[in-house]
Design a protein around this ligand. Structure first.
Ligand SMILES: NC(=O)c1ccc[n+]([C@@H]2O[C@H](COP(=O)([O-])OP(=O)(O)OC[C@H]3O[C@@H](n4cnc5c(N)ncnc54)[C@H](OP(=O)(O)O)[C@@H]3O)[C@@H](O)[C@H]2O)c1
Length: 211
């Protein structure tokens, strides 16, 4: 498959690229900083420099691919404004680009617990922005998979997860990247939205169990 990853220099994305490339996919990565070009090239990813906040139309950057992954985020150091401009509006611009370029498959890295916003004001805005992006994707007509991980860690992946409607917990970014790679052309994940935590099932079994 040809796949465009948005937020391609992020931590999850850099764990995802080698998996996609090993599986024979063609990966195009959207980044906003020219200094990140070399890292992506070394990984075998085709870099495309585009700022999803500054550009109103990102369809040219997204290109003619079979699937997209939204892995961008304003990040923990950002203020309220960028939660909307990156986490919500960036994701929605990617939906519009899919519609313009006739791409049907969209994988979203969302987050758990968005129905009950918690934490400080900025974190609550983040949760609202993510929830609005998910809602837009559910109504977009695209073939979505909305992956809602718990707190992300940099521990080694275990390949064992839990999916469904879950209580709070953690998951290594490496396992999130494995779930993205395993979901791309897996029909059990089409039109599904699910929480994702470290657990005891293999990723294939967990994804097959989705209802
Ligand atoms: N942290 C958690 O516990 C948690 C839990 C559940 C879900 N999530 C979600 O998971 C997502 C991915 O996690 P991660 O750890 O891989 O995040 P990350 O390392 O912060 O990666 C996010 C990427 O988005 C890029 N980005 C930001 N603004 C952009 C723009 N305007 N145009 C293009 N790219 C832009 C950043 O690039 P720059 O280098 O240019 O800033 C960065 O590379 C998070 O963003 C979050 O929404 C997080």
């Amino acid at each position: 498959m040809k796949i465009t990853v948005v937020g391609a220099h992020g931590k999850i994305s850099r764990l995802l690229h080698p998996k996609l490339i090993d599986e024979g996919h063609d990966v195009r990565g959207i980044i906003r900083k020219k200094e990140q070009v070399e890292t992506l090239e070394k990984m075998g990813v085709t870099p495309v420099v585009a700022d999803i906040e500054q550009q109103t139309d990102i369809s040219e950057a997204v290109g003619n691919v079979d699937a997209v992954v939204f892995a961008a985020g304003a990040g923990p150091g950002s203020g309220k404004e960028r939660k909307y401009t990156v986490d919500r509006d960036g994701a929605i611009k990617l939906m519009r680009a899919c519609q313009a370029n006739e791409i049907t498959r969209y994988i979203m890295i969302s987050a758990m617990g968005l129905d009950e916003p918690r934490g400080n004001e900025v974190f609550q805005v983040y949760q609202k922005a993510k929830a609005e992006a998910d809602e837009a994707l559910l109504n977009s007509g695209l073939n979505y998979t909305i992956i809602k991980p718990g707190k992300l860690t940099d521990e080694d992946g275990t390949g064992k997860v839990s999916v469904g409607n879950l209580e709070r917990g953690e998951i290594p970014r490496e396992d999130v990247s494995s779930v993205i790679a395993a979901s791309l052309d897996n029909a059990s994940t089409y039109y599904k939205s699910f929480d994702l935590l470290a657990g005891s099932q293999s990723i294939q079994d967990a994804l097959s169990s989705l209802k």
